[in-house]
Design a protein around this ligand. Structure first.
Ligand SMILES: [Zn+2]
Length: 211
């Protein structure tokens, strides 16, 4: 397998935070999917205070606490559905915030062939997460597949589960692939997860055989 991402991972670790720039997107996306009232109940259940005046820097494990609170409130299956949808919304919202920084609306990105667009998009996503948060993300590839690998995933931080349990980033990747290729030619699944003892949460992206 070749390392596809060329971005250096910063040596200096950030403090263990899930910063407000991304936390704000997460909270707004949950509110859009669940409604403000229901989501504030989940926040309370997760032990996370929110005041007026925007979302502060959150503890690194905040997303996993929210996922756990969703599971407790609605059961795992519904929590997964809610998280998937929230991930899709978060991709769209994130695009509006970061598209300029990442050059995603520039011709040089838009005119790339789909496979290169996806590789480039994942590479940029890895850069974004490594630089705006304390995650450790890289991209690898073989002949047929791409892998997004996160060694410090905040979505299952501190959780133990028999199967992969990071549906929110999965939803964001699904939406990102559909956006990049204007359709559903690519599939993505989480094939390894820290919550079940794997060294990293790993998402495999591959072209559908029919497409
Ligand atoms: Zn995971």
């Amino acid at each position: 397998m070749n390392i596809a991402a060329s971005w250096p991972i910063p040596q200096q670790a950030l403090p263990d935070v899930y910063p407000s720039k991304i936390g704000g997107l997460l909270v707004a996306s949950f509110e859009e999917v669940l409604g403000r009232q229901q989501f504030s109940q989940i926040l309370r259940q997760a032990g996370m205070e929110t005041g007026e005046g925007g979302v502060p820097d959150l503890p690194f494990g905040a997303p996993s606490k929210l996922y756990q609170a969703l599971c407790d409130a609605y059961g795992e299956q519904s929590a997964n559905g809610i998280s998937l949808r929230t991930g899709r919304v978060m991709f769209r919202r994130g695009l509006r915030v970061f598209s300029g920084t990442l050059g995603l609306s520039h011709r040089s990105f838009r005119l790339l062939p789909p496979a290169q667009k996806i590789l480039r998009g994942l590479d940029l996503l890895a850069w974004l997460l490594n630089h705006y948060s304390d995650q450790r993300v890289r991209v690898e590839k073989n002949d047929k597949e791409l892998f997004l690998i996160n060694e410090r995933c905040p979505h299952c931080w501190g959780l133990k589960n028999a199967s992969p349990c990071c549906p929110l980033p999965l939803g964001a990747l699904q939406e990102g692939l559909a956006w990049a290729c204007s359709g559903r030619q690519y599939s993505v699944e989480e094939i390894a997860c820290r919550a079940k003892g794997d060294p990293a949460c790993t998402y495999r992206i591959k072209r559908k055989s029919s497409g």
